[in-house]
Design a protein around this ligand. Sequence first.
Ligand SMILES: Cc1ncc(COP(=O)(O)O)c(C=O)c1O
Length: 481
Amino acid sequence: MSEGAYAISEWHDTDEIYARLNELVKQPPRPIRRDKMAEFLRYFEERCQRSKALTDEAKRYIPGGVQHNLAFNYPFPLAIERAEGAYMWDVDGNRYIDFLQAGGPTVLGSNYAPVREQVLQVLEQCGPVTGLFHEYELKLAQLVNRYMPSVEMFRMLGSGTEAVMAAIRVARIFTGKKKIIKAGGAYHGWSDSMVYGLHIPGSRRYEAAGIPRSASAHTQEFYPNDLGHLRRLLLLNRLRGGTAAVILEPVGPESGTRPVPRDFNQRVRELCDEFGALLIFDEVVTGFRLGMGGAQGYFGVRPDLTVFGKCIAGGYPMAGGLGGRREIMMHLAAGIGSGHKRAYVGGTLSANPLSCVAGYYALLEMERTNAPVLAGRAGDRLCKGLQEIIERHHLPFVAYNQGSIVHLETAGLMLLDFRHPLKLARELKPRQHLMEEMGAAYMSQGIITLAGSRLYTSMADTDEVIDDALDRFETVLSSVE
Ligand SMILES: Cc1ncc(COP(=O)(O)O)c(C=O)c1O
C-alpha cells in the first residue's frame, strides 16, 4: 500500500524527539502558575456538581469510584451522558472536544450513525449473543484478512488482554519454547505474565502485586529501541530453552510514547528469524487507526501473529482478536475434540454477533471514508499547532505524532526509567501530579485527553474543531510558570 493510504504523512525524526524529551526530563517540572491552576480547578466546583455527586456516591459501591483504569480522577471523574463525533457532554451539560475517543477505537468519531444502525438491526434480529455461529464472524475474519494478508486466520476474543494471552499461549505451543520478550514500558493488557515492565522501562514486577513470581518467570523486557539488548536476551535464551516470541507495539511502547526509528520493526523481524522466535505485533491501538493495513502495512513488516482490540469492534464492547499464520492459528481450533494440541481459549461472549457486526461495518466505513487518513491529517494539524504554541511560549514541552496518535509531553513521566533510580524516586510523584493538573486544566477548557498527555484524533475532527481546540490549549499552556 502507498504512504497515502496511511494516517502517518511523514515518519518523525525519532532522534530529535528523544533529544527534546531528554531535555524535558532533565529540567525540573514546569507546572501551571498557582493562581491560574486554582482558577482552572474552580471550573469543576462551579460547573460539574452532578458529576461530583454521582462519582462521590459511586465510591461507596465501586472501588475508586470508576471502573476504568484510564478514567481521569483529578480533581474528580466526570460522568458522561452523551457522545457524538468529536464531542462529549457530561451530565451537567458541559461540552468537551473528545481527544480520548474511548481510548482509541473510534476512528470514525464517537457513536457513528451508519455503524450504529447496522448494530441495531442485528440486535433486533438475534439480540447481542446466541452462543452459536453468526455470519458476521466470517465476514469480519475475511475483511481483516483482506486488509492484512498476514492474518490468514482470525480468532475473535473479548479484549486486547485476552488476545495477548492467547498469542503467548499459542506461540509457546507452536515453538515449544517459553520465553516472551517485550519492550520495557509497553502495555499489553493486564494478564499475569504481561504485568511486567509496565509503563516505566526496567520496572519488571513493580506493578505485579497479587501475581506470583512464577507467572512472569518467563517474561523479559529489553530497553526500548535497544536492539543490542534484545539480541543479548535472545542469545542467552538460546542457552535456556529458547524464545517463543517477541511482542511489540510497532510504533513503540505506550502507543509510541517512546517512539521507534523507522526501521526498528524490520530489525526485530530479522532478529526473530535468526533466533527462531515468533514476532507478535500488538496492533490493539495501531490496528486500523494507522490505516486499513495497520502498522504492519505501514512499516511493510509481516508479523507471525497480530493482536487486535479496540477498532476490531468499532468502539463496541468485546473488542479483541488474534490473527496470523495458518499453521500457528490452527492451534486455536475451536469446537469439541478438534484433535490438535491446542491453546485453550474462549469465552461466553467471544465472537458475539454484536461485536462482529460493529467491527465489520466500522472497518468498511473506515475504508470507504478514508477515516484513518483524515484522522491522521487532524493529528498533524493538532500537533503542528501545539508545537507552535510551545515554541511561542518558550516551553520545554514536546509535541509529536504518529498520525492520529498525538503526544503532548509536559511532565515527561513516561521518560523516567529504572536506570536512574534516584531521579525516579524523587520525581515520579511530582511529575505524576503535574500530568494530572495538565489533564484537569485542559478539561476545564473543554478538552478531554488521555491522562493529560495523549490525544487521539478521529475523522470527526475537522479543521474548525482542531483550531478551536488549539485556542483552548493556548489558554492552558500560556499559564505555565
Ligand atoms: C497496546 C495495547 N495492548 C493491549 C491492550 C489491552 O487491551 P484491552 O484493554 O482491550 O484489554 C491495550 C489497551 O489499551 C493496548 O493499548
